[in-house]
Design a protein around this ligand. Sequence first.
Ligand code: C2E
Ligand code: MG
Ligand code: MG
Length: 757
Amino acid sequence: MKFSMPLPAAIVIAAATALVISYSIYRPEFAGVTLLIYFFTVFLLSVTVFIINSMYSRHKSSIDASDFTSIAEGLNTEIIIWADDYSFIYLNKKIRDELGIEYNGYDRIEALNMAFGLRGRDPLNLIKLSECPNFEVTFRNRRQTNTTIAWSTSVVKKRKKNSIHLTTGFNLTELKKMKVNLASANDFFNASMELAEIGFIMSTSKDRKKYAVSPEAVRMFGLKSNSIDVNTLRTLIHPNDRTQFDRAVKSNDNSGEVNSIEMRIKPPDGTYRWFSFRYKSIKPTDNTMALFGGALMDISQERAKDILIERLAFIDEVTEIPNRNRLMEVGQETYDTSMLLNYSYWIIVFDIDRFHIVNDTCGYNNGNYILKNFAHILYKYVTPGGLAARISGDNFALMLRDYGDEELPMLTARKIQDEFAKLAVDEFGAINLSCSCGYSKMPEDGKSFLDVMEHAEFALKSSSGTRSSICGYAPSMHDSIIGKTELEKSLALAIDNNELQLFYQPKINLKTGQIMGVEALIRWIKPDGTIIKPDSFVPIAESSHLIGKISEFVLSEGCRQNMLWQKMGYPKIVMSINFTSTDFYQNDLREKVFDALTKSGLSPEWLEIELTESLALSDVDFAVSQMNKLRELGVKLAMDDFGTGYSSLSYLQILPITLLKLDRSFITDIRSNNIAFQIVSSVINIAKSKEIETIAEGIENKEQEDILRTAGCDYGQGYLYGKPMPAQKIEEFFDRAKRGAMITNSTNTTRKKSGSK
Ligand code: C2E
Ligand code: MG
Ligand code: MG
């Protein structure tokens, strides 16, 4: 800083000098002392002025600029604060670092020159230039070469003299670099979002009506610009999904949590695709408004997979209606709701009568066609909140909302039966399609949906035997089950008291009219003479361990009786006995049969064991091995009730049977029902090709007999020839047959050897 004398001080000193010189001339004797005092005084005054001047100057500048310097020091912008006369020049840390100078110990004018990069020029002019807009200086010798700084100056403290200026320098080179980096970061972001196929939308207006759209979202939705208003966006969304989108937009959840919805969106010229929209609301700050926006991701493929998985798990493949799993799931939900809201529902279960045989004879494709059509018929009766499902092979279920009409299940079931029968007439000519139904009510008929379903199935089974039956569940149906224990007890006693007796029903050779065998059918004859039929007690015996005792009796008694007849000189015939699965799957089955034969002395070829299909199919491999053991003994095997259960002609290939018993239900209407005739004929032919003999059960009239004989059926059994009867009656039968043979002068009362191979 330069020393400068203030003007008033100079005038005072000049006046005092003139006074001292005048006085020294007037009084020369005091001139020496006067001059000494004078120079001493001037010296003191000068020193004082210098100190005051110096203090004044420093005080004046620091007070004006200190506020600015303390702020400017730490800023990341080049800042110079200066006074007009350069009595104060401050350069902030950013600029000092750039120039490589310390805060103290540098010539500030020199530093100012360096800052502006133009050495040797009048800094005042240069700094004045910085007051012009767009004043830029490019450096070559600064730390960063080729740095362009844009300077701009403004007055921060205006005074008449020595105003304070603030000059800021923006490093344009750094700024450009930042812009490049920013641009590449943006590109990277956009590229990533494109690869990840994630689009973004973000509100640009406080009312969330206008949105900025990311390039990927523009591409996804085929938009023409990167902004969209909420109404246009809504038109792209599937009408069913708009409400949840509206809810998202209106949500005022400022918790910062991310929410998510799934909706279908369609580009103007495309098709709907599924998108997940993860959105959040962002709180406003002092500088920003409230924002709302989120990420959109195409999830159509995942959705398609989910749908496929759901289809596989819950939709029946053949009929494309819900399967049992689905019914159980929806059913339990409905059960819970019905408990809660006091609703009730009907559950109707259907069983297509003799479907398996239709399937086998009409072909697999026709079988599927029938199932599909049945499902289609059923679906027509589904009312809101209800459901139709295929629950197993030929079993279906219908869940119907109950509105107080107790007749509803019965009427609906009848309508379905009628439509199903009509389908047969329309599509399959003479085929006779029918179905049986059982129904129960929810929630009163069970403690869970499963319970209610089982009761409907229980009702269905209770009605089985007759075609086109409809049976409602009643808790009294359980009475028979409750009474079961009682029945079991008395049955056990009956066995011990010899109340069980075998009746025999003749089997006739359809070609010769001769008796070829008998079927042993058990009867429980109570002490009062009441005869109880096996259907009432065999199933109970089967569920307890009594069946073993019964079967043992039947086996030994059947063999004994047949041997007795042979000993009595009657013609040799085959004795057929019925076995349940409990008997059949015994490991010592072969030994038991062998024992009975040995004890009675009956030759094995005169013993036949009847098995049902369901019995043989519950464990095919084991059944085949058991059957083979019996066949090795020389015993014959018959497949009973063929056509009622899971009848499959393919099993004829693997089961070593010798006789096929066509179920009575085919024979009953064989005359009027062409399809029954077709089925019977084809089964007979297939059996013949496998060298399996055939017998028809339930022949009640001559017409049936004639048709069956013509169709090639080997034997017949039924009321036409005789009902099951006691042994003595059979003997009468033999005698009659013998007499008949004598009348026709035939001595040959033996039959063709049945099932011999
Ligand atoms: P299944 O073995 O199919 O026996 C034939 C059934 O049809 C017999 O009934 C017989 O009386 C009846 N039937 C025969 N011809 C005609 C006819 O022309 N018209 C009508 N409407 N019915 C006819 P049953 O004796 O009441 O036996 C019923 C079932 O009980 C048998 O069916 C068999 O599965 C079972 N069963 C009978 N006895 C025994 C036995 O000793 N042990 C075992 N495990 N089951 C037996
Ligand atoms: Mg039988
Ligand atoms: Mg039978």
